[in-house]
Design a protein around this ligand. Structure first.
Ligand code: HPA
Length: 269
C-alpha cells in the first residue's frame, strides 16, 4: 500500500509546481466552487497510476490543481463512493495520497437528508461530529506512517474553522446550521423509521459519503472541515419521495453559498 501511494505521489508531484496546502472534495451537484479556482493543471483520474478505476464507461473524474487567491488547492472533481462497489481502501486512497504529497487540510462537501426538524431544504449544515454506520475504512493492515492504529475521534472537525463558519453564517441571509452527520452506505435512501432512528441516536443529517475520507484524514493528522447541503427532509410528516434530480436541484440552489463558505474557510486556514 505504501509503495502504491508513493508511486502515485511521484506521478502527481512531477506534474505540478506547487504542493497544495488544502485538498477539497466536492459533493454531488456542488461543483460551483471549481469556478473560483485559478486552474493550473487538470489530471484525469484514469491517467493516475493506482487511482481507483470506474467500471462505468461515462465516469468523469479529474484532479484539479490551482489556487484561490494564492492558496494552493487540489480539488477532486468526482469522488469514490462505497455504494459504487469500491473497497474502503480505494475510497480513501486519494486522501492518503494527499497527505503523503504534503497536503495539510481537507475540506469536504456533500448532499444530505436532514432529520433535524428545524432544518429546511437548501440549508447548509456545518458538520461538527459524525456517526459512522459504514464499515470503518481503517479496518485491515495498519501502517505506522498513517498515524495511530486506534485514532482518537473526540475532536475530528476543526473547532476554530467551525466557529469561523458559524460566525460568518450569522451575517448571511441564508440559513447555516451545525450538526452531526450520519454516514451510511446507501444506495437506498432511508425509510421513515430509519430517519427516525438516525435522529434518535443523535444525527441531524444523513448521507453516503464524507465519513471514510474524514476518518482517514484525521488519522493522518490533517485539519478537517466538512459541510452538507440539506437536499431533502427525513422529518416525520415532511418526508417526500426524493429522486436524484431533486437532490441535484437542491444542491444547485445552495451551491453558490457553499462556494462562498469554502472561500472563507480557505482564507481562515
Ligand atoms: N439519505 C442518504 N443520503 C442522501 C440523502 C438522504 O436522505 N439525501 C442526499 N443524500
Amino acid at each position: 500500500m505504501l509503495q502504491k501511494i508513493n508511486e502515485t505521489v511521484s506521478f502527481i508531484t512531477e506534474r505540478i509546481e506547487n504542493i497544495p496546502e488544502s485538498g477539497i472534495i466536492l459533493g454531488t451537484g456542488l461543483g460551483d466552487f471549481s469556478e473560483s479556482i485559478n486552474i493550473h493543471h487538470t489530471i484525469p483520474y484514469k491517467e493516475i497510476p493506482n487511482f481507483p478505476h470506474s467500471t462505468v464507461e461515462s465516469h468523469k473524474g479529474n484532479l484539479i490543481f490551482g489556487d484561490v487567491d494564492g492558496h494552493h488547492v487540489l480539488v477532486m472533481q468526482g469522488r469514490f463512493h462505497y455504494y459504487e462497489g469500491y473497497l474502503m481502501e480505494e475510497v480513501i486512497f486519494p486522501v492518503r495520497v494527499m497527505k503523503f504529497m504534503g497536503v495539510k487540510n481537507l475540506l469536504v462537501t456533500n448532499a444530505a437528508g436532514g432529520m433535524n426538524p428545524s432544518f429546511e431544504v437548501g440549508d447548509i449544515m456545518i458538520i461538527n461530529d459524525h456517526i459512522n454506520l459504514m464499515p470503518n475504512p481503517l479496518i485491515g493492515k495498519h501502517y505506522a506512517e498513517f498515524g495511530d492504529r486506534f485514532p482518537d475521534m473526540s475532536e475530528t472537525y476543526d473547532l476554530t474553522l467551525i466557529n469561523k463558519a458559524i460566525e460568518w453564517g450569522a451575517t448571511q441571509k441564508f440559513r447555516l446550521q451545525k450538526g452531526c452527520y450520519v454516514g451510511v452506505t446507501g444506495p437506498t435512501l432511508e425509510t421513515p423509521k430509519e430517519y427516525e432512528y438516525m435522529h434518535a441516536i443523535g444525527g441531524d443529517a444523513v448521507g453516503m459519503s464524507t465519513v471514510p475520507e474524514i476518518i482517514a484524514a484525521h488519522q493522518m493528522g490533517m485539519k478537517c472541515f466538512a459541510a452538507s447541503v440539506i437536499t431533502d427532509l427525513g422529518v416525520p410528516g415532511r418526508i417526500e419521495k426524493t429522486s436524484l434530480q431533486d437532490v441535484l436541484n437542491a444542491a444547485k440552489k445552495a451551491g453558490p453559498h457553499l462556494a462562498i463558505l469554502l472561500d472563507l474557510i480557505l482564507k481562515a486556514l
